[in-house]
Design a protein around this ligand. Structure first.
Ligand code: ZN
Length: 247
């Protein structure tokens, strides 16, 4: 049965960062949960050892994605001027590894998408490269959103939710929340392939429009295998280490 828009269940993933082991584990769970659509908030590549494989999985499964800052550098759309040396080296290695087809796929991804009635951005509504890390940052972004609206963002690799009601911003780290009328929401599903909230498990969420709920999910995956690939690719060892520390 095809779900109507108001009944859709979405899986929202972000910041895969060429981590095929984490991506496969998350998609396996998404299949088990039986969602209607999977969408990605960008940074499919960068940092990890399997850029082509991750792009191909996203293409094959018709995951609707937007472009992240690492994807932009990897496909040659931007140069890594504001990247730290470790991120820059990984992004330029990724650019060299990617097939022309996969570079083109990344190059064609939009900066934002308005899907159904929610917004998808990589960093922030005002700027795809901006990090939303505080209630003040969230307030600035809420001012650009209309009433009763939900925006999903990534980029920080930290799962969280900001809500706004009457100019009052609240931040929550609850595992489950209800979408209430009159509020605005800025929600980050966390990172599939490089979590930074001191929990190394892959992170994503399920947005159930019929139930009006958001559920955050964490999954263990084969971290050691992903780490070996980073080291074998000759990438900085710290990129492997941070996968097990989740930081
Ligand atoms: Zn990222």
């Amino acid at each position: 049965m095809v779900s109507t828009l108001a009944e859709m269940r979405y899986a929202i993933i972000s910041d895969i960062h060429s981590n095929l082991e984490a991506l496969k584990r998350v998609l396996e769970e998404i299949d088990r949960l039986g969602v209607d659509k999977t969408v990605c908030l960008g940074d499919i590549v960068g940092y990890g050892g399997n850029p082509n494989e991750c792009v191909e999985v996203i293409k094959e499964r018709n995951v609707e994605s937007i472009i992240g800052n690492h994807d932009k550098v990897a496909c040659g759309k931007e140069e890594p001027y504001n990247f730290n040396p470790v991120a820059r080296a990984a992004a330029l290695w990724t650019r060299k590894e990617l097939t022309p087809d996969n570079r083109e796929f990344l190059n064609n991804l939009p900066d934002t998408r308005f899907l159904d009635d929610f917004l998808m951005v990589h960093g922030a509504v005002s700027d795809p490269d901006l990090y939303i890390v505080s209630s003040y940052d969230a307030l600035m972004e809420f001012r650009l959103m209309k009433k009763n609206s939900v925006c999903f963002f990534g980029h920080t690799h930290v799962r969280t939710c900001y809500t706004l009601l009457n100019d009052d911003v609240r931040q929550s780290f609850d595992h489950e929340l209800r979408i209430e009328p009159d509020y605005k929401y800025l929600i980050n599903p966390g990172s599939v392939g490089q979590p930074r909230d001191r929990d190394p498990r892959a992170s994503f969420l399920i947005f159930d429009k019929k139930e009006g709920s958001v559920k955050f999910i964490r999954l263990e995956y084969d971290i050691e295998k992903a780490q070996r690939k980073i080291i074998e690719a000759g990438l900085d060892r710290r990129l492997a280490d941070r996968l097990s520390s989740g930081w």
